[in-house]
Design a protein around this ligand. Sequence first.
Ligand code: ADP
Ligand code: MG
Ligand code: MG
Length: 901
Amino acid sequence: MVTTHETDKFVYDFAEGNKDLKDLLGGKGANLAEMTNLGLPVPPGFTITTGACQAYLATGREPDGLAGQIEAHLEALERAMGRRLGDPQDPLLVSVRSGARFSMPGMMETVLNVGLNDRSVVGLSDQAGQNDRFAWDSYRRLIQMFGKTVCEVPGEEFEHALDEAKRAKGTHDDLDLDADDLRGLVETYKKIFAKHTGREFPQEPREQLDLAIRAVFESWNAERAILYRRQERIPADLGTAVNVVTMVFGNLGPDSGTGVAFTRDPGSGAQGIYGDYLANAQGEDVVAGIRNTVPLQELERLDKTSYDQLLDIMARLEGHYQDLCDIEFTIERGKLWMLQTRVGKRTAAAAFVIAGQLVDEGLIDLDEALHRVNGAQLAQLMFPRFQLDHEFEAVARGIGASPGAASGAVVFTSARAVELAAEGKSVILVRRETNPDDLNGMIAAQGILTSRGGKTSHAAVVARGMGKTCVSGADEIEVNVPAKRFNVGGRTVSEGDVVSIDGTTGKVYLGEVPVTPSEVVQYFEGSLDPERTDDALVRAVHRIMTHADARRRLAVRTNADTGADAARARRFGAEGIGLCRTEHMFLGDRRELVERLILAATDAERTDALAALLPLQRQDFVEIFREMAGLPVTVRLIDPPLHEFLPPLEQLAVNVAVAQERGEDVAKEEALLAAVRRMHEENPMLGLRGVRLGLVIPGLFAMQVRAIAEAAVAVTRDGGTACPEIMVPLVGAVQELETVRAEAEKIIAEVVGDSGVEVLIGTMIEVPRAALTAGQIAEAAQFFSFGTNDLTQMGWGFSRDDVEGAFFWRYLELGIFGISPFESIDRDGVGRLIRIAAEEGRAARPGLKLGVCGEHGGDPDSVHFFHEVGLDYVSCSPFRVPVARLEAGRAAIETTGSDSR
Ligand code: ADP
Ligand code: MG
Ligand code: MG
């Protein structure tokens, strides 16, 4: 319930505000005030606060006191200008402009020329030197904007009438309409207005003003504004401020005009003058693209005085805001007026380049430069981009699940992907959805396209992990795997046909769209020397990354399962491996050994199968330890339920039936089928997996521990260093860990002997009970690593594989959370579990090493949280390592969390 008092101040004159009052006055109002106080030529006006809007939206009526305050400010404005609003002889006209805390371009409303009516239009003409054309043009604009925004008259009707008038005149240019044409158009507009609203266009200026203000308040809750806020994660309850600004006119003739400008190129960050100018036009014409604008430089020729003054003001604004500014201005008969400025939006590349330039110019320091860029921007810069021209039109749109741009021949199976990739072809693996069996195909493919699943589907999560482009849930695509084709929009795409997918926008194109590689990745990979290149972006990224590394307290490790991944992650700056999953070591051609293990009827058979796996695993670890050359490597013992390594039930059942039909020997298939049936679980994520497997299947963990220890010893014997950390998954009780640890320590002692190798044993904290009993668990653990994926899954009771598609959209819509808790850590709930575990774990074992592995380790906002909680490191996929480094640096310099907007 919003309560307001008679004494609440709802209206601020421009002279009363400043740029730091954005919460109260909105961005536009705060900056208009700032410019006013800098002595820049801003048309006088006042701002109605966001608080007034909030009160209006909460109660459905203007708060007490607002009307009186508007009255008082309007009178002051009239006195200052020596004119009265809508006066028949010499009318004051105003614009009524929305302006929220965060810029929401084009989302909300503005009404120009408020105060015009059938009588004051004549006065306006007189004041403009009998300029009838101008006066009637202004009036028709008012009816059009007022009708559309305030009274919801369909905008097309006005546009249609305007087109009609131009057609009658045989022209395409607004400027060819003369005063009579426009007077006629006003009559038509009024009829349109009356037809749709059931009333005449309001002639009373103050009523126009009040209705326009109310409409701006209400535009906060327009559908498109709501959608935009959700997408940009702008809180829904901020409300908008309303600016009432004295009108100045860019449509008074050739010596008038209007324009927009940037103090640097918002696309590349390059220094220079960037802007557009349109002579004889009112503000919205520039943005609407009604007529062709000219480059701002042209203004020098048209009006040198105003041009020089504008450049001067732009330089002052840059110096004052110490950042790129964007500007709206109008020239009325040779006099320049500033109508808006703000710190301008820019591309990711420009953000880095400009931050670097401003350091060079001595305007900001490196901390500030670091503060002004963010991990999302860096991530964007690390993906190759499509060079999109007119020829390419998207045929489908899914979810941009893992960014990047990829083209290749369509394949429908993992095996085919591997085959074609071996021939040197680029392929796009297309599936309804993927599962762990597709892993090799995903590795081989350039990109992955699925017709089902969201941002946390298997395809999305794995692809992000690999830094591979993925579009998921493109549901216009009908995938037919047996027929090796998919249909989309009446077209058929067969195996071998080339498609291109954009993992940022989710768009799918037919044919090969050309791609530009990322120079930032070339820099990280070491093939672009930042000291030598003249690429301003690479130099800026290098400089800011170096500063982030110097500032951050969090170490950054990577999740890597192979030597190749580990090598790449090191080039990206990883300082160790925080999660080495061992399950891939049970896939591919090792599947047969795993089947033997699962089907083992006797101890001897099982021991045999494990013994056969041991050297393979050992070799995997040797490669990884070598690659990491003495950096810590955290190896997770096998985690997923074993039946995931067997073929699916249906497939086995078919195999058995077919083989029986043919009279073949089906003993093995039948045994597998029986095993799958036996191992079937209703809730596999809560079933026999993780530490539970180790406790139930004798020798399994022992084999893995032995492989790790032997690999470490082997690397050490060769003169290298290995620092393995064995991590036990899914522990919920200290007794589980103690049991595993006792057995592991025996093996380690035996293998390591006097080689000097040290092997730590720790646990994942991913079951809520483990977090809540962390004090006990710490007694048995040499380190904790938070498995935030499972901790989120079990903390919320959300099945990770199902919820996103099933109902997250509704939760997001209702605002139950603003972002999926699988993407960004839920600070209040899951985060609290982490805090408790960190505190109690360290209380029991001072100096306990704490890290996090899981998707969140590479999420900017989550990195800030992990910094705050005092973890020692985060671990993320190789591609996210630079992002985590940058954000860890930002977290270290920002005590108040991240506000990267
Ligand atoms: P937006 O936030 O969509 O840019 P604005 O409130 O800035 O909307 O206004 C729309 C257009 O009208 C802009 O081009 C602006 O410069 C112009 N405009 C706004 N107020 C005035 C005014 N008092 N005099 C002249 N032009 C104005
Ligand atoms: Mg504007
Ligand atoms: Mg887990």
